[in-house]
Design a binder for this molecule. Structure first.
Ligand code: NDP
Length: 234
């Protein structure tokens, strides 16, 4: 059955790959974008997850266009890498506000319609860094680890209403975010990846698509790594 899907942060990188994959499956897909031009490929609505009103307006527009959101992917994320001693409170707060509190703002809205429908699929995009930690990424790792506790709590709260909440945990993936790394850092990270290469955004999208499908109805509270094996044992 075609579902009404929304990808938060779907204009580029992993989010764009997810939107394409869900479209191929047959879902009606809307995406949000924050900067840049309205994307031509999908029905796009502006949304800044740090602003509750902006989230509310985005949901209103998507629901008018394609009905209540049944499949939700929360992919918006930022980094502000610094070692702790030079990490200003604002650097910490901004990353947590986007990556973690942003997910809270989005889910507050999304779950109302899903509760009414007694059906929903939610995937939050975390990172392998949530479990392993990373030098210079205390803010980012804390926000991404927080998403796991958040998702698992909601998996418990919402499970009896037919709503699943899962986490996909990518390793280094070929997007603008990864392009910002130095060659040396990239080489160090890849040395820890059994598959010996960076992920393609489409490979992360495939995991998200599986977890948001009808057939994944008995999987909730799971953290699915898409990391070339780098997070094994965590
Ligand atoms: P990109 O930087 O390419 O894309 C980030 C997306 O998040 C964009 O759509 C961006 O919108 C959106 N976004 C950022 N801030 C906000 C905000 N305040 N409100 C709404 N949307 C926002 O990153 P990736 O595709 O690489 O990353 C996607 C997700 O995957 C992120 O959560 C990231 O942490 C995670 N991840 C990425 C990895 C990687 O190696 N690439 C590894 C592990 C996890 P806009 O374009 O308008 O800024």
């Amino acid at each position: 059955m075609p579902r009404s899907a929304l990808v938060i942060g779907g204009n580029r990188g992993i989010g764009l790959a997810v939107a394409r994959c869900l479209t191929q499956r047959g879902d009606r897909v809307a995406i949000t974008y924050r900067t840049g031009l309205e994307p031509e490929e999908f029905f796009g609505v502006p949304c800044d997850v740090t602003d509750l009103d902006s989230v509310r307006r985005a949901f209103d527009r998507v629901e008018e266009e394609q009905g209540p959101v049944e499949v939700l992917v929360v992919n918006a994320g930022i980094t502000r890498d610094r070692l702790l001693l030079s990490m200003a409170e604002e650097d910490f707060a901004a990353v947590v506000d986007t990556n973690l509190t942003g997910a809270y703002r989005v889910l507050r809205h999304a779950t109302r319609g899903m509760l009414r429908a007694r059906w929903g699929r939610i995937v939050l995009v975390s990172s392998t860094v949530a479990m392993s930690g990373e030098t210079g990424q205390a803010n980012y790792a804390a926000s991404k680890a927080g998403l796991i506790g958040f998702a698992r709590s909601l998996a418990r709260e919402l499970g009896t209403r037919g709503i699943t909440v899962n986490v996909v945990s990518p390793g280094l993936t070929d997007t603008a975010l990864a392009a910002a790394l130095s060659q040396e850092r990239r080489r160090q990270i890849l040395a820890q990846v059994p598959l010996g290469r960076i992920a393609r955004p489409e490979e992360v999208a495939a995991a998200v698509t599986f977890l948001t499908g009808e057939e994944a109805g008995y999987i909730t509270g799971a953290v699915l790594p898409v990391d070339g094996g780098s997070g094994m044992g965590h």
